[in-house]
Each structure stands twice: as C-alpha cells, then as structure tokens.
Design a protein around this ligand. Structure first.
Ligand SMILES: O=C(O)COP(=O)(O)O
Ligand SMILES: [Mg+2]
Length: 219
C-alpha cells in the first residue's frame, strides 16, 4: 500500500511570509507600533498564530499574554483569511502534486496556521482539489510538534503508512514524535543547517519529489 503523504504548508508548499509580513505590519502600524522586517516576521512563523501574535506584541513592547492578545489574534486571523495575495506556490509544487495524486497517493496538509486562513491560502494558489484532508493549528486541541495532528490525518485517511514532509525544526520534531520518515524541503523557513536537522531525505527542488517518494514507498 502506498504511504499517505502528509505535508506542512507554510515554507513547504507555499511561500506565505510576504502575506504574513503584510498582515502583521498592518495590525502593528494601525496601532502606532513600528513595522517589522520580512526577516523578523519569518522568524516568528512555524509555531502557529498564537505564537506569532505573542512575538508581535513583544516586538511592540507589550505583554505577549496581556489584554491586547485576543484583539490582535482575532484581527490577524480575519485579515489572514482575506488578504491572501502574498501567498505563492514554490516552483514545481503543482506539477509534483498532480503526478503523485494521479498515481493514487493520498495527500493531506497539517499546518499550524489556523484552518480558515490555511484553506483560503490553498484556494488562492489553486491547490483546493489536491488534498483529501486539511488540518489547521486550531483543528485539534494540540498543534505540531505534538504528533496528534499527523496521527489524526493518518487515521482519517485510513493509511497504515505515511511520510511527513516539511521545512522547519518544528516539522522535524513532529516527524520524530510521530515516528514517521521525514522529507525536508530545504528552501523554506528553517533556521538550522540541513545537516543538523534530523531527516530521512532532503530536497531543494520539487522536480526531485516524485523520485524520493517512489523510493520511500518500496516495501
Ligand atoms: O502558521 C504557522 O506558524 C506555520 O504554519 P506551517 O505549520 O504550515 O508551517
Ligand atoms: Mg512550515
């Protein structure tokens, strides 16, 4: 049986930092706080929206868990869902996914991004028909690196075997916690050198993905 392919979203399939940067700055500047650089915002991505909001509050000199949290979280997630222009696919993603889907691989997304903005970004880049399941950071009581999201995806897909694919330290840890092979996309938002990240195989071009998955699918 072919393994299910469980993908991370931000930094793996979609370059979403331009969108997250612009939404974050809109929320900050509107309240009189200084705008942040793309590099700063990139460093805040990967652990879900609550973490991003706490980082934004800290950068503004505010209490990360203080009274502004709920208001900023709600506004950020709302804008995230509608201001989708800054989300773009990494080169070759569509072709690679189409090939794998045509061969019968079941595919899911497990992202720490909240579900509504994740679905909006997926639709914006035209991948809405590609996945059997999408789970967001607010779909379950826990988020990555807790393995539950990946386990839940595997259960819902009825997949005995699975491969997890992602770009970040959080993803490497998730795959380890879920005891799954980890395919690392090196062009996303990781902060650690590739050789210091636990992974089964890495790739820097989606043209390589089909061959990698075929090899991992051998019994
Ligand atoms: O929203 C985030 O923080 C990251 O989302 P990801 O899990 O798709 O990388
Ligand atoms: Mg990611």
């Amino acid at each position: 049986m072919r393994p299910a392919l469980i993908f991370d979203l931000d930094g793996t399939l979609i370059d979403s930092v331009p969108a997250i940067h612009s939404v974050s700055n809109a929320v900050l500047v509107e309240r009189g706080y200084p705008a942040l650089s793309v590099d700063e915002v990139r460093g805040y991505v990967g652990k879900g929206a609550p973490h991003l909001v706490r980082c934004l509050l800290q950068s503004a000199g505010q209490d990360p868990d203080g009274p502004l949290f709920d208001e900023i979280y709600a506004e950020l997630v709302k804008r995230y869902e509608t201001e989708v222009e800054g989300n773009t696919l990494y080169p070759g993603v569509r072709e690679a996914l189409e090939t794998l889907k045509a061969e019968g691989y079941k595919m899911a997304v497990t992202t720490n991004k909240p579900l509504a903005p994740a679905l909006a970004a997926i639709a914006h880049v035209g991948l809405e028909d590609m996945f059997d399941l999408v789970l967001g950071g607010d779909s379950l009581p826990t988020r990555k690196p807790d393995p539950e999201m990946v386990h839940e995806a595997q259960r819902r897909l009825g997949a005995e075997k699975a491969v997890y694919l992602g770009d970040s330290e959080v993803d490497a840890e998730t795959a380890q916690n879920a005891a799954l092979p980890f395919v690392l996309y090196t062009e996303g938002y990781r902060k650690t050198p590739v050789h210091d990240m636990p992974h089964t195989v890495s790739f820097n071009d989606f043209k390589m993905l089909h061959g990698i998955i075929e090899k991992l699918s051998c019994p």
